[in-house]
Design a binder for this molecule. Sequence first.
Ligand code: FAD
Length: 382
Amino acid sequence: MIKLTEDQKLVLETVKKIAVNELEPRAAEIDEKAEFPTHAQKIFAENGLLNPLLPVQYGGVEMSMLTMVMILEEISKVCASSALLILAQADGMLPILHGGSEELKQKFLTRLGGDSQLLTAFAATEPSAGSDLLSMKTRAVRDGDHYVVNGQKCFITNGSVADIFTLYAYTDPDKRAKGISTFVVEKGTPGLSYGKNEHKMGMRGSVNSEMFFEDMKIPAENLIGEEGTGFSNLLQTLSQNRLFCAAQAMGIAQGAMRYAINYAKERVQFGKPIARLIPIQLMIADMAASAEAARALCYRAAEEFDAGDHDAGALHGGMAKFLASDTAMRVTTDAVQVMGGYGYMKDYPVERMMRDAKLTQIYTGTNQITRMVTGRSLLLEK
Ligand SMILES: Cc1cc2nc3c(=O)[nH]c(=O)nc-3n(C[C@H](O)[C@H](O)[C@H](O)COP(=O)(O)OP(=O)(O)OC[C@H]3O[C@@H](n4cnc5c(N)ncnc54)[C@H](O)[C@@H]3O)c2cc1C
C-alpha cells in the first residue's frame, strides 16, 4: 500500500477535480471532432501539471515519478488524449534535462516553467524507421556555427503545434548508434515544414504530424550534449516514457471498468440487474485483478526511478508498459462486452476507451519490442 505525502494528496485531489469537472465533459467531443485539447493545455498550465517533472530551478514543480504516474492515471480514467498531452510534454523536455548543458537548459527549460503553455515534442520516428530507429535517414551536417538538417519525421505527437521539439538525426551515419545526435529545434526555423496531421483510430484529441526538414539551419549551440550521444539519450527518455504510457493504459483500464460496473448495476435483464449474473461477475473480477496488477507494477517502477535505481525502474517500467497496455486492451474490450450493444455505441465512453487503449500497445516501443528488450535484459545482461 502506497502512503501518499500531504503534497501528493493535494495534487491528486486537484487532478481529480480537473478530470471530472473539466476533462470528462469534453472527452467525447474532442474525440469526435479530433480537436486538440486547448482547454486541457490551459488548465494543466495553470495548475503546474503541464510539465510535472520540470525541476524547480527552471521554474517547475519537480514532482516525483510516482506523482507523475498517478496524475496520468487519474486523467486517463476520463480522457486519455488529455493525458497524452502531459506525456508528450515530458518526452520533449526529458532529452534536454538528461543531456543538455546548463546553458541549454537555461535557454529552453526555463521557457516551460511557471504557468507557461509552451508545447514540446519528441521527434524520432520516420517512415522507414519505426521500431528500427537506427535506420533513420535524417541527417545533420555541421556548417560553421550551424547544423544543416535534411530529412523527415512522422507520427510526431504535438508535431505541428509544438513550440520547441527535440530532434534525432545522424551526424555520422557510419557510426550507427554512436552517430546519432539530438537537437532542440524551435518552431518557425527556416526549412521546417509540416505535412498532414494523421487521421487516427483513437487518441483523437491529440495532434500527430509529419515534419519535413529542407536545409533547416539549427544553431550549433542547440546540440544536446556531445555529437553521437543521441541514441543513449533517446533510450534514457524511452525508458521513462514507457512507464508513462503504462500509467496512461492502466488509467484507461480503470476508467472503462468503473463505467462497466456502474452500468451492470443498473441494467436489468431477465428481471434482475446483470450485475447478479455470474458471467458478468467473472468478467469484472478478471478486469479488476489485471488492472490492479498493472497498477502495482507501475507504482513499483515509479518508486524505483524516484529512489535513483534507474535500471530497476527501466526494467519494471518496460514490463508495466506491455502488461498495462495489454490489460487496457482486454479490459476495455470486456467493458464493451459487459454493456452489450450499448457499449458499442458512441453514446457511451467505453468504445472510445477501447480505441484509445490500442495505441498504448503500439507507441513508445511496440509491445513486441518492449517484451524483447525485457527478455534480453533478463537473459543476456548481468
Ligand atoms: C499515435 C502515435 C503517436 C506517436 N508519437 C510519436 C512521437 O511523439 N514521437 C516519435 O518519435 N514517434 C511517435 N510514434 C511512433 C511510434 O513510436 C512507432 O509507431 C512505433 O515505435 C512502431 O513503429 P512503426 O509504426 O514503424 O511499426 P514497425 O516498426 O513497422 O512495426 C510493425 C510490426 O512489426 C513488429 N516488429 C518490428 N520489428 C520487430 C522485431 N525486431 N521483432 C519483433 N517484432 C517486430 C512490431 O512490433 C509491429 O507489430 C507515434 C506513433 C503513433 C501511432
